[in-house]
Write a protein that binds this ligand. Structure first.
Ligand SMILES: Nc1ncnc2c1ncn2[C@@H]1O[C@H](COP(=O)(O)OP(=O)(O)OP(=O)(O)O)[C@@H](O)[C@H]1O
Ligand SMILES: [Mg+2]
Length: 227
């Protein structure tokens, strides 16, 4: 593959202490991963193998015990918390299995939020949020709160929110795990369109073989390493 590398994680180790005083659980034991620009990478692996842990580290939501997460020359695992929050907000969009939308805000407010946090005006943020809602077919639901949306609509709103600041990378942790076949297809087609139309890279955790097979790169986590 000739696409240049967007992000490179090297030698990632992560253990969790055992609360009962037993040996720490070594989840990641030296994981290396390169994410090229404009590609879809799927990560598969059994439950508890460390997929979410890896995604959180790559996205700067958690720190590795050792190893580096490089964006160009920046090692994001060494950034201070406030620098990291700014970096994430600008460069990474997150989509989770359960949407993590804020229940007290409407769909359009949820989508506009990352832009407001980064200092955009309400007018500018709302205008872009509405465009994204139209693109994902949820514009007529703009004033609904998350509980008033279907699962598929919630997930499309989450995708729109993830794209608000035009990130280069989408990190998706089983984004279709909670959806029926039709909605799964819609979300997947959106991810592939993002790659093709916007040059976005997607790092995707999935249990579904059909998705994994459609990806540009397929990685498996096993015994704390990637093959
Ligand atoms: N904060 C934490 N403290 C202690 N143990 C943790 C913590 N987070 C994860 N673990 C443990 O680390 C292991 C890997 O968890 P992780 O969530 O990364 O797995 P996963 O591959 O995403 O699994 P699944 O497919 O079920 O979502 C599990 O055994 C889990 O119990
Ligand atoms: Mg997980």
């Amino acid at each position: 593959m000739s696409n240049s590398i967007l992000l490179s994680a090297k030698g990632i180790h992560k253990s969790f202490e055992d609360e009962n005083g037993g040996a720490p659980l070594e989840v990641l034991r030296g994981v290396d991963i390169d994410v090229p620009e404009a590609t879809i990478t799927s990560i598969v692996g059994s439950s508890g193998s460390g997929k979410s842990t890896l995604l959180h580290i790559v996205g700067g939501l958690d720190k590795p015990d050792s190893g580096s997460v490089l964006w160009g020359n920046t090692d994001i695992s060494s950034l201070k918390n406030n620098e990291l929050a700014t970096f994430r907000n600008k460069n990474i969009g997150f989509v989770f299995q359960f949407h993590h939308l804020l229940p007290e805000f409407t769909a359009i407010e949820n989508i506009a939020m990352p832009a407001l946090i980064s200092g955009k005006s309400i007018e500018e943020a709302t205008e872009r949020a509405l465009k994204l809602m139209e693109r994902f077919g949820v514009a007529e639901r703009r004033n609904h709160r998350p509980t008033q949306l279907s699962g598929g609509e919630q997930q499309r709103v989450s995708m729109a929110r993830a794209l608000m600041n035009e990130p280069k990378l989408i990190l998706a942790d089983e984004p279709t795990g909670n959806l029926d076949d039709a909605n799964t297809q819609i979300i997947l087609d959106m991810l592939f369109e993002l790659r093709d139309r916007d040059g976005v890279s997607v790092l995707l955790i999935t249990h579904e073989k059909s998705i994994a097979q459609r990806s540009d790169i397929l990685l498996e986590i096993k015994s704390g390493t990637i093959s």
